[in-house]
Structure formats: structure tokens, C-alpha cells
Design a protein around this ligand. Sequence first.
Ligand code: ATP
Length: 325
Amino acid sequence: MKAEILAALRASDGYVSGQELCGKFGVSRTAIWKAINQLKQAGYEIEAVQNRGYHIVSTPDILSENELRSIRKTEWLGNRIYYEAEIDSTNTKAMKLAEEGAPHGTIVVTDHQKNGRGRRGRTWESPAGEAIAMTFLLRPKIDPNNASMLTLIAAMAVARGIEDETGLKAGIKWPNDVIINRKKVSGILTEMSAQADYVNHIVVGIGINVHIDEFPEELKNIATSIFLELGIKINRAALIERICEYFEAYFEVFLQTEDLSAISKQYDAYMVNRNQPVKVLDPKDTYEGTARGITTRGELLVDTWESRKLVSSGEVSVRGIYGYL
Ligand code: ATP
């Protein structure tokens, strides 16, 4: 009920009477009073004025199930929200929940991801209270070979969500790094459980550097945060909500054709290394060329001096000739 009370308070410009809330939720005044007190304890500033009712003054930067549910605008994404203050890896947790039967659209969120993972066993830093670490659990009826495109969709959703919430310009380094001012603000890791021709479930993990004001030495040159770029601390729940809306919309478009034909031009417009010299680090072969954009299947088009190559994500990293970008 707390999420619904929060939503009701936010929907009103002025005061919402205790009586109105009682009627709405079919509970006693005491129950409402208790719930309001718990919300206050959680950090919400709620004013209570006699004969007028309750009014929400400010929302702290809280990532709880109640907060996320109270601002949710999506249709199916976030139909279940699994929040815990600390989680080892939201992807691992989402995989586990999937095996236990959690539905399509479940979101796993934490305030502190203790062992975030990147590709190929690399680590993802996610300091407590300063980042977004979340995973979307999906159960689409698609060909497993098409699942990697969801990473690109997630990158678009994150880039657009950040732009809307901050006014900053975001870009994408193919396939899945979201960039602000040439540095990485977000990373995405998609993992799948599948048979040869059937997807059991897919988890799309998203890490975003939100309030971080200093990175460890080894990340200083490649990483940034929204706070470092914007100078203010934004509300993480609002950003999550916005990203969910974009992801849901892009996902529906993707499902119609099971490829990126309707989205690839937009993706190209976000690509920071488009028409730039790049080095392709393929475990089998490293080569240089010029990135040209993506195919409708999300592969990167790279023109080398001898031919045009199609680069699939998976094992490959793309770098600038002299550094990260
Ligand atoms: P690339 O494609 O550039 O090789 P990637 O997208 O595959 O990289 P991931 O494996 O997703 O990279 O992320 C892990 C890497 O990201 C780490 O090796 C580290 O360099 C970097 N990293 C770790 N934590 C953060 C962070 N909080 N912000 C930015 N970069 C980070």
C-alpha cells in the first residue's frame, strides 16, 4: 500500500486527506497513519496538516521497491520489482529468480552491487548508494541467435533516459558502452539461458555511474559519472523509470521483426565512434579500420583498407586507435 500512497500523494498538487486515502485503500485511519510514518522513517518528507491531510514535500534518492512501484509508468517491465540493499550481482540474482519461475518483466535492483561483472570475467565497479545496478529479466520467444541485439537496445534506452533526465548529451560506443564526453558512464551485460532454438530467459544487466565523484586510478581516464558531468545529484529512481519506458518501447519494436531494422538508424546517430578510426580486438585477429554504423542485426560495419568487415559483439572489443575511444 505504501507505493500506492506515494503515488496518490504525488498525483495531487495539494493535500490528500486521510479520509480519502482510507476510502481509496479500504483501510483504517490508523493504518494510513502507520504507513505514512514508515515512509517518513524511510526518508520521505511528508507534511501532515490538521483538517487538510498529507502533502509530500520532497523525495530522497531512494531505490526501494515502493519508490520504484510508485513512479512506474511501464506496461510490463517492472511488473515485479525485486529490491535488496546489497546483492552480489544483479544478473546472477536475476538468473536465479528466473530459474525459480520469476516472470518476464521482473526487475532486480540494488543499492550496492558487491561483485558486478563485465564481459569475459571482468569486474564492474558499483559503489554503495552511488550507482544504478539493475537487471531486466526477459522471456521472449525469439531465436537465441538474435538475443545479443537486446544489448544494443538497452544501450539506446540508457542513453535516451540519461539525456531526458539530465539534459546531457549521451552517445554509444558499439555495442554497449554509454558515453558522456568521451568517457564511459554505463555498461551493459546481457546473458542468456537457452536451448539450440529456444530461449529460456535473458537477463540484461545495466550499471550506471550516477553520484560517483572519484574513480579508482585504473578507471580515471575511461570512466565518468552523471554527477561529474552535471555537477548535481539526480534522482536514481526517476532515471530507472525513464530507462524502463524506453527499453519497453524499443523491445516491442524489436519483437516485430526480431532485428533492429526499425532502430538501426537511430542507433547510428548515437554512435560516438561512427566514421572514426577504430581498432577491432578480436581474439583471433586484431585489425584497424573505420567504423561505419551497424547492420540491421546489430553488427558493426568496419571498412578496412582491403574490405568491409562485419563485426559481431560477443568476444570482440572496439577501441580508438590511441585509447578507449
Ligand atoms: P569493451 O567493449 O570496451 O572492451 P566492455 O563493454 O566489454 O568493454 P565490460 O566488460 O562491459 O566492458 O565492463 C568491464 C570493464 O569496464 C572493466 O574492465 C573496466 O575497465 C570498466 N569498468 C569497470 N567498472 C566501471 C565503471 N563503474 N565505470 C566505467 N567503467 C568501468
